[in-house]
Design a protein around this ligand. Structure first.
Ligand code: FES
Length: 161
């Protein structure tokens, strides 16, 4: 098992729509629960470095004509608390500049207690007792993630302009 993977907490402690920041491997990672799936971003806005975990989720706003606003709750963005840039937490892409500006994504897995109990076996053995681990845990993977293509986000932006 890679040493770049860190157990950061119980999955049950991060409810749908919630977020939390954790320190792993010398960096702060923001973790998000989006409809039961977990995503990680470097907790540093690529614009000026704000704490992205302090941002709010807001729906995408479009307008077919001036003054008529539509709030699209199917597409929510994380809004940076400093200057309001919007990010897709599932990919790290910004809505403002989908090709050139993105947060750094990290993979977050949910693994059973039984799995993580075997992650770091020590060299020495002592007398053992039976311990059962039943919860699921969040595991952050700090290995670099391959960027996803920005084509669909760019097309959506052009359609709403
Ligand atoms: S620091 Fe995030 S938008 Fe400026």
């Amino acid at each position: 098992m890679s040493t770049r993977r860190y157990v950061v907490g119980k999955a049950a402690d991060l409810a749908d729509g919630e977020k939390m920041a954790v320190e792993v491997g010398g960096r702060s990672i923001a973790i998000f629960n989006v409809e039961g799936r977990y995503y990680g971003l470097l907790n540093r806005c690529p614009h000026r470095g704000a704490d992205l975990c302090a941002g709010r989720f807001l729906p995408r706003v479009t307008a077919a004509v001036p003054g008529e606003y539509h709030y699209d709750t199917e597409h929510t963005f994380l809004v940076c608390p400093w200057h309001g840039w919007e990010f897709d937490v599932t990919t790290g892409q910004s809505y403002f500049d989908p090709v050139g500006m993105r947060g750094r994504p990290y993979k977050v897995d949910v693994e059973s207690g039984a799995t993580i109990a075997g992650m770091q076996p020590g060299p020495l053995r002592a007398e053992t007792v039976s311990v059962q681990v039943e919860d699921d845990y969040l595991v952050v993977d700090l290995r670099p993630q391959r960027p996803q293509r920005a084509q669909s986000a760019r097309t959506e932006k052009q359609e709403t302009v």
